[in-house]
Design a binder for this molecule. Sequence first.
Ligand SMILES: Nc1ncnc2c1ncn2[C@@H]1O[C@H](COP(=O)(O)OP(=O)(O)OP(=O)(O)O)[C@@H](O)[C@H]1O
Length: 298
Amino acid sequence: MNIEIKDLSQVYKNDFRALNRVNLEINPGMFGLLGPNGAGKSTLMRILVTLQKPTHGEVFVNGMPLSKNRKEVRSYLGYLPQDFRFFAKLRTWEFLDYAASLAGIKSKKQRLSAVDDLLEQVGLFDVRNRFANKLSGGMKRRLGIAQALIGDPKIIIVDEPTTGLDPEERIRFRNILSNLSQKEVIIILSTHIVGDISSTCSQMALLNSGEVHFTGSPEQFIKQSEGHVFKTSVTFDEMKRISETFPVITSIPDPAGYEVEFVADKPNGWKASEVQPNLEHAYVYFMEYLTKSKIELE
Ligand SMILES: Nc1ncnc2c1ncn2[C@@H]1O[C@H](COP(=O)(O)OP(=O)(O)OP(=O)(O)O)[C@@H](O)[C@H]1O
């Protein structure tokens, strides 16, 4: 399985360009699409799941153009939309049973066995008789991924699935996804949460204002910010000045002021030592320095 996105643009009716000439290659494993709110992630996800036609460009799934093979591509897909909703009056297992019949599993016996497997897989078996609308936020999201997994999809697309979840549920959700990525499937995870990417994705892209600014592994992404993350001690007075000059990532109070970690192209006169960057540092560095310089260059 392989997805190639070629020169994809989306211009909305109000002339707003939500995607601008996006090119990506996505192979089996977990692919993280990282970007701030409004970057165009949901637009791209909706195009991939055939809910929206792009203004320009094409998506190829295993070499097949999506625009001419929508039905076939749909048969490979599982999708968890950002605003996942379900019918309030169904129990958790009934909802999945209903979703399985919509997905074309006709035999009742086959459906019930698939539902039990899915409930086990996402850790909802014990609450299978609870009304779906009475599940906690994290459980609802897990029910969402369970319905996306019906029919063993080869491509699983999840749009901002961890937003609003507490840390424990977020980890649980990521673990479900990373277990899936052991199989030969493509999982595309769109998120604005850096932590979702670091722990699970082998490949990633950074999308900002509808444009891809980076594509590669999280390790390569981090490498780009090496030599641009610093640590120094500042007085209370200096704190204001440094935070107006650079993005400060952490500030830990000490008796004389603060120990701060900041991201900069150069530390510009501040006596600071270099720090080994992590993904959060790299994201801030990209957003502050590299995406802006790319936009200015064009
Ligand atoms: N139907 C539409 N008409 C006009 N503009 C739209 C439409 N849908 C989305 N947009 C705009 O396109 C941009 C990208 O939206 P999109 O939902 O794809 O971003 P996103 O990265 O998923 O962000 P978020 O996480 O906030 O949803 C936003 O500025 C949004 O307001």
